[in-house]
Design a protein around this ligand. Structure first.
Ligand code: SAM
Ligand code: SF4
Length: 305
């Protein structure tokens, strides 16, 4: 279905939980969320499947499961198995639970996995995630490659004040067939911060990055490759260079609210009426862009990125 600005809405991000086993500085408060959702607030898998069926009838072709950390919720492979009978299904995760789940997710029909790792330095990883262990995330990455997922993308939020060595990621693209994407930090919730731009990252890598076409499911990222590398380096410039005019997505929160725009707190409750009417209304009212808007009442962990 097209929104009122002629954009074809084909993609839905589905947050299945607001819980997480990490506490990334830019995403969650140190002591976790104050107003966690209750069991009754959270959409059941049956409700999610029903919503996706209706969304498909309106033109949604692909969904991405996210969180919080989606893999802390029980039974994700079962959800993937059902959803992948309806649409293309991918997942975004911090990877720490993938050694347990990667193969099961592959067998359930999951198409692709994006992994969030912001630094390849163990101490810096601990500092950014507050409680995380880099070895566990790397074991998750290995498990995904071993399970045969392709492409495998790594998301790294680029933000001033956190310790990141972009050359470590550049080196990783020679060692493994991974697509690293630097995502500009977005000001959401009450966390202060400033993004690091594509130009600053390229200056640090300081090598010949050739523009290349991205792997399947690239969304708004654009990509480069270093000579002889197995993988690529991409950028998602949501702050310095808005891509609202090509935005094809809506979001479903774990408590059943459709958010037509990440940066707008206008939400449509799927439990408030007929699902088709709610979805149509949300798509019709998707704003043109987020120019001038920043910060929302939710943290990113409650929206899913
Ligand atoms: N827990 C999973 C993970 O970390 O991949 C899925 C949820 S997380 C909210 C989804 C994505 O949003 C991650 O790649 C994360 O790095 C990104 N993210 C979180 N807060 C962000 C922010 N303030 N600005 C930009 N990206 C952010
Ligand atoms: Fe958790 Fe993902 Fe947010 Fe980190 S970015 S706190 S892993 S939801």
């Amino acid at each position: 279905m097209q929104d009122s600005f002629g954009r074809d809405i084909k993609y839905m991000r589905i947050s299945i939980t607001d819980r997480c086993n990490l506490r990334c500085k830019y995403c969650m408060p140190a002591d976790g969320l104050k107003n966690k959702l209750t069991h009754a607030d959270i959409l059941s898998y049956d409700e999610i499947i029903k919503i996706v069926r209706v969304a498909k009838s309106l033109g949604i072709e692909a969904v991405r499961i996210t969180g919080g950390e989606p893999l802390v919720r029980k039974g994700v492979p079962d959800l993937v198995r059902e959803l992948s009978k309806i649409v293309d299904v991918s997942l975004t995760t911090n990877a720490t639970l993938l050694p347990k789940y990667a193969m099961e997710l592959k067998n359930a029909g999951l198409s692709r996995i994006n992994i969030s790792i912001d630094t390849l330095d163990a101490n810096a990883y601990k500092e950014i995630t507050r409680v995380g262990n880099l070895d566990e995330a790397i074991a998750g990455l290995e498990a995904v490659l071993d399970a045969g997922f392709d492409p495998v993308k790594i998301n790294a939020v680029a933000m001033k004040g956190i310790k990141q060595n972009y050359n470590d990621f550049a080196r990783l693209t020679f060692e493994k067939p991974v697509h690293v994407r630097f995502i500009e930090y977005m000001s959401i919730g009450d966390i202060e911060g400033k993004y690091i731009s594509e130009e600053e990252i390229k200056a640090q890598i300081n090598a010949d990055l050739h523009p290349v076409s991205g792997p399947i499911g690239s969304g708004p990222a654009h990509y480069y490759q270093l000579d002889g590398a197995k993988g690529t380096i991409g950028f998602i410039t949501s702050q310095s260079n808005h891509f609202c005019n090509t935005c094809n997505r809506i979001r479903l929160t774990a408590d059943g609210k459709i958010r037509p725009c990440l940066f707008s707190d206008v939400e449509y409750d799927v439990r408030s009426g007929n699902i088709k009417d709610v979805l149509e209304n949300a798509i019709k009212n998707k704003p043109a862009g987020h120019e001038g808007k920043s910060g929302t009442f939710r943290h990113m962990s409650q929206i899913g990125g």
